[in-house]
Structure formats: structure tokens, C-alpha cells
Design a binder for this molecule. Structure first.
Ligand SMILES: O=C(O)[C@H]1O[C@H](OP(=O)(O)OP(=O)(O)OC[C@H]2O[C@@H](n3ccc(=O)[nH]c3=O)[C@H](O)[C@@H]2O)[C@H](O)[C@@H](O)[C@H]1O
Length: 431
């Protein structure tokens, strides 16, 4: 008789196999001792096989779907052609979030000046994907190809860097929106943390390594009340998960700069607005509601103080993005190894002229020639900050950044676009 210890820890592995085989034989004989039991077992096995086969076909069709969304000779041809540089000293840029608001504008501006551009976007439904498709159509007509895929797809990113030796990555894909972070926190981690790391991994392994310019946010200043906000101010008091993921992005990009020699430029955008904008943002949803005669909710800060934002017009932001790419300096690494120090920069891109939310509403009312039905409520504790105000002297010195569009002018352009895009043109004119 083997001891208990020997049974648990057999001295020879074969021993347990033989004894198990004997035991299983005895079980088997008992189970199949009658014909009806055998019949039941046969039925069970058939059902099991059928389930397995249908599961396999589901998996196969799934992988066929993913394989079909990118890859293949035709796809590679489109990617290569879109990345063609058509000016001397130009760059080839991978723009993530290219079907997004800022991404589509930056892609178009790069293409128009002769740079090569390949877009990447997952066309998620955070807001109406038909607007993203329309932006894609616009870019397509200018020769910019947008690859449909997710940042977290490391195989896709590796393939893209395989097909094109991108000199730059303009990383604008993100889960945006301050208040939505309370509804869907996971989406912020998926895009702004996991997606960012997957992208940086691809950049660090690429040969040559591209220079990376990416969208941080004014929200990193959080509860900072020193105005105007300067890049050296504290950013360790985020007021929302969105802000926290953007702040994390600044730290994550720093490590890739430090360890792998990636050239990094982080841009803290201040409430960007304009034509082809984001429907989830206040100026956009206010316009929609005013036109439809629906009420708008205007938040008010502590002690009945109006909230204010340093609203920044899209064309100014695009100029800041392009200058950032132009001055980014090279990454130094190769084959995933750092070969020297590379630039690590952070800039505020704001308008440096904050406007209150009620003033934003009056400007919209004057452009739309309609009165808003305002519902004024105290700001809920949902991640908002009372005001933002950018100090842009660093960007002015290093990038030649000089915003030129005030809110009145910028909203006029936005309203004109809105009325035309949504078919309000007939019988309506803008101021
Ligand atoms: O700079 C940024 O980094 C961020 O800018 C933007 O965030 P915010 O500045 O919060 O813009 P936005 O939502 O338009 O609200 C504007 C004002 O209207 C107030 N607001 C909003 C909604 C509403 O129903 N009522 C209201 O009063 C609201 O309280 C606020 O005072 C981007 O969305 C974000 O992705 C990020 O890029």
C-alpha cells in the first residue's frame, strides 16, 4: 500500500498514470454496462461535437471579419499611396483619431501642404458615427486613407509601421469628454491608458522611431487656481477620471522618452471648438437644442459664479499641431534601444482669453437669431472645473503659436457650418 504522501507526490510520474488508467477503465466499464447508457453517452457526444463545430465557425467568422477590416494587397496599396510625401522636406504622419474633430482637421492641413498622411480610427459610437464617416469621406476626397482599427490592436500597428516608415505620429485618438467618465470609466482606461501604451510600444519598436506629438488636455490643471495656467503649475489634483488619464498619459510618455529615446510633445488643448466639432460639447449641443426649441442646462459655479472656459478655435489648434510636428526633433532610439537624449516637451494650446458659459450662449443666440430656453443649475459634482485660462507664452516662443480667432468669430463659422451640414440653410442666414 502506498503511503498517503506517496499518493499525493508519487516518486515516479508513470506510477500515477498507470494507476489512474486502471481506475478509469473500471469507471468506463461501469458506465457502459448497459446499452441504454451507451446510447445516452453517444447522444451527449454528438451534441458536444455539434456545439464545438458551431463555436469554431463563430470564431472563424469573427477572425474573417477582423482580417477583412485591414490587410491585403489592395489595403497596403492604399496605405502607401496615402503616406506619399509631395513636398521637399515633408513628413509622413500616422494620425490616430483621424475621423475625430481635431484629427480630421490636422490630417487635411498636413495633406494640403504636401505631407503624407495615414489615418487610424475605430469609429466608435461615443457620438454619432455618421459624423465621423462624413469626415472620413471629406478626407478621402483629398487622398487621405483612414484605416479602421483600434489603438489596442498591436498587430495592426506593427503592420502599419511595416508598410510605412512614419517619420511622425500625431496621436489624437482618445476617449474625450469630462463628464462621461462617470458613466463609462472603462472606456477611458481602454483608450487613454492601454491604447496609448500599445501605440508607444509600436513607436519604440519601429525603425526608424517616429517623433510623437499627442493630445493632452487643459483638464490636467484640475483644481489648480493659479491663473493663467502655466505648464510648470501643479497638475496633481485632477477633478475627473478623464483628466487623470490625460495626466497619466503625460507620465507614461515621459517614461518612453526616458527609456527608449522617443521624441515626445504633449499638447494641452483648451476646449477646442469649430466646424465639424464634437456633438457632446456644450457649444454644439446648445446649438442643436436652441434650433430645436429644446431647453439647455447651464451650469453655475460656487457662490453663483459663472463657469468660464478658454475656448480655442480649431484653426489655431491646427497651426499649433503642425508647428509641434515641425519642431519636434528626432527620436534617438533604434531596435527598441535608446541611443541618446530626445526632446520631451509640453505646451498649452489655448486662446488665453476665457469667456463665461452664459456669454457663449448669448453669442450663439445672436448668430442663430433665436433665444435659448435656459435652465440654470448649480454645477453638479461631475468632474467639471470652474474655469480654465491658458498661459501660452511657452508655445509662442517655441512654436510661434499665436491664436487669432476670438469666440464671436469662431462661433459664427461654426454656426454657418452647422446650418449647412444639418440642412437648415433654406431661409436662414447667419449674422
Ligand atoms: O479642455 C479640455 O481639455 C476639455 O475641453 C472640453 O471639456 P469642457 O471644457 O468641459 O467642454 P464642454 O463639455 O463643452 O463644456 C464647456 C462648459 O460648458 C459647461 N456645460 C456643459 C454642458 C452643459 O450641458 N451645460 C454646461 O453649462 C461646462 O460645465 C463647461 O464649463 C472637452 O469636452 C474635453 O474633451 C477636453 O478636451
Amino acid at each position: 500500500m502506498p503511503s498517503l504522501e506517496e499518493e499525493l507526490f508519487p516518486s515516479t510520474p508513470g506510477k500515477v498514470k498507470i494507476e489512474r488508467a486502471h481506475a478509469m477503465n473500471r469507471q468506463f466499464n461501469r458506465c457502459f454496462s448497459s446499452t441504454s447508457t451507451m446510447f445516452l453517452w453517444a447522444l451527449f457526444l454528438i451534441a458536444l461535437t455539434a456545439t464545438y463545430l458551431s463555436f469554431q465557425s463563430f470564431v472563424d467568422s469573427g477572425s474573417r471579419y477582423f482580417a477583412a477590416s485591414w490587410g491585403g494587397i489592395q489595403w497596403e496599396k492604399q496605405v502607401r499611396s496615402s503616406s506619399q510625401i509631395r513636398r521637399s522636406g515633408g513628413m509622413s504622419v500616422l494620425v490616430t483619431g483621424a475621423a475625430g474633430f481635431v484629427g480630421s482637421h490636422v490630417s487635411l492641413a498636413l495633406k494640403k501642404r504636401g505631407d503624407g498622411v495615414v489615418g487610424l480610427d475605430n469609429f466608435n459610437n461615443y457620438y454619432d458615427p455618421s459624423l465621423k464617416k462624413a469626415r472620413k469621406g471629406l478626407l478621402n476626397s483629398h487622398g487621405v486613407f483612414i484605416v479602421e482599427g483600434d489603438l489596442n490592436d498591436a498587430r495592426l500597428l506593427a503592420k502599419l509601421f511595416d508598410v510605412v516608415a512614419f517619420t511622425h505620429v500625431m496621436h489624437l485618438a482618445a476617449q474625450a469628454g469630462v463628464r462621461y467618465a462617470m458613466e463609462n470609466p472603462g472606456s477611458y482606461v481602454h483608450s487613454n491608458i492601454a491604447g496609448l501604451v500599445t501605440l508607444l510600444e509600436a513607436c519604440k519598436s519601429a525603425n526608424p522611431q517616429p517623433s510623437v506629438v499627442w493630445a493632452s488636455s487643459s483638464s490636467v490643471y484640475g483644481l489648480n487656481d493659479k491663473v493663467p495656467f502655466s505648464e510648470s503649475d501643479r497638475t496633481d489634483q485632477p477633478a475627473s477620471l478623464y483628466a487623470a488619464t490625460k495626466k497619466a498619459g503625460e507620465e507614461i510618455t515621459h517614461t518612453y522618452n526616458h527609456i527608449y529615446g522617443l521624441s515626445i510633445t504633449g499638447l494641452r488643448f483648451f476646449t477646442v471648438y469649430g466646424p465639424w466639432g464634437r456633438p457632446d460639447m456644450a457649444y454644439f449641443s446648445f446649438t442643436r437644442n436652441i434650433l430645436q426649441g429644446k431647453p439647455i442646462t447651464v451650469y453655475r459655479g460656487k457662490d453663483r459664479v459663472d463657469l468660464a472656459r478658454d475656448f480655442t478655435y480649431i484653426d489655431d489648434i491646427v497651426k499649433g499641431c503642425l508647428s509641434s510636428l515641425d519642431t519636434s526633433g528626432k527620436s534617438t532610439g533604434s531596435s527598441g534601444k535608446k541611443r541618446g537624449m530626445a526632446p520631451y516637451r509640453i505646451f498649452n494650446l489655448g486662446n488665453t482669453s476665457p469667456v463665461t458659459v452664459p456669454t457663449l450662449v448669448s453669442i450663439l443666440e445672436s448668430h442663430l437669431k433665436m433665444k435659448a430656453k435656459k435652465k440654470i443649475i448649480d454645477m453638479p459634482g461631475n468632474g467639471d472645473v470652474p474655469f480654465t485660462h491658458a498661459n501660452i507664452s511657452h508655445a509662442r516662443t517655441e512654436l510661434g503659436y499665436k491664436p487669432t480667432t476670438d469666440l464671436q468669430t469662431g462661433l459664427k463659422k461654426f454656426v454657418k457650418w452647422y446650418l449647412s451640414y444639418y440642412g437648415y440653410n433654406h431661409g436662414k442666414s447667419v449674422n
